[in-house]
Design a binder for this molecule. Sequence first.
Ligand SMILES: Cc1cc2nc3c(=O)[nH]c(=O)nc-3n(C[C@H](O)[C@H](O)[C@H](O)COP(=O)(O)O)c2cc1C
Length: 352
Amino acid sequence: MRAINLHDYERLAAERMPAGPLAYYAGAAGDERTLRANCDAFARHQLLPRVLVDVSDVRTATTVLGTEISMPVIVAPTALQKLAHPDGEQAMARAAARAGTIMTVSTIATTRPADVAAAAPDAPRWFQVYVLKDRGVTRALVDEAIDSGYDALVLTVDAPRAGRRERDLRAGFSVPPGIDMPAVSAALGSTAGIDAAGFFSLMDLTLTWRDLEALVEQSPVPVLVKGVHHPADADLAVRHGAAGVIVSNHGGRQLDGVPASIDMLPRVVDAVAGRAEILVDGGVRRGTDVATALALGARAVLVGRPMLWGLVCDGEDGAAHVLELLHAELSLAMTLLGAATPDAITRDHLAA
Ligand SMILES: Cc1cc2nc3c(=O)[nH]c(=O)nc-3n(C[C@H](O)[C@H](O)[C@H](O)COP(=O)(O)O)c2cc1C
């Protein structure tokens, strides 16, 4: 079967992956209520087209924090991409480059930041920061990312510990031998047999808004804060120097029972009131989902698991195809919605 949408990729990847890595990629925390909510919430929003708008020249291109991208869809940071394909993050970087968009590289990647950059030197890329107790390790990674031309830092703030991911426990998931995570090796000396709880135990739990401010002060590139739910936290993020806020519940992998991120987006947009760019992730599976997020005030969305499913099925080509599908679906949705550019999509394009 050839995948014609992102759901197909999810099914195909599930057939191909060993139980442990599949549990790690697909699973979420607790009863997985938030995981389900993220996808279900999009179905509750209804798009409301405007007609007799000239849609002869629909363009999905936009900018995020000044970087031009082909569409308002960015690759979310996901750890351990060599579990999906031997070329891991390098294949993902080339796929994002082919699609003309940004890849966000995780702190717990299986490839060094400089080596991901080398795989797609001309493409825009962001580096996702987890602040580890060993601040020297974090500093070295951030310096490497900056030196190798990353365009922004994404500070993830919703994961002082790993959520309790029961699929991992049932499948007995741990990182297989031979797969290195440079950040974790630097902190621990080795990564053999480590699980999600293990690498999250390296996190610095003392982190506060002051650390965000310090990162912003030291960083030559803009800093986004990822993992914000509460509108008051979005306001604090902006006050402490964030150039962007990513409304995210980590794909339901952290605190189970929190609202779907798309449902928190409007309140965050209102709280930030144009002082920073707002992005959202969690459950984006269709071009119409991207349109919904834009209508609710997002500048762009990030996509996590579907990118991994593409990588599992066909390496760089599979991940690139996932982005092509989203691009084609978004372009069609915009045409049918009567919005020729992403900026033309407003709350007026939603019935509910
Ligand atoms: C397997 C996996 C690993 C992830 N690793 C990270 C990570 O290292 N850093 C981070 O900030 N978010 C991480 N996330 C969260 C994603 O960046 C994103 O918030 C989430 O996947 C979006 O939901 P979606 O999978 O429904 O698109 C991970 C998610 C998954 C599924």
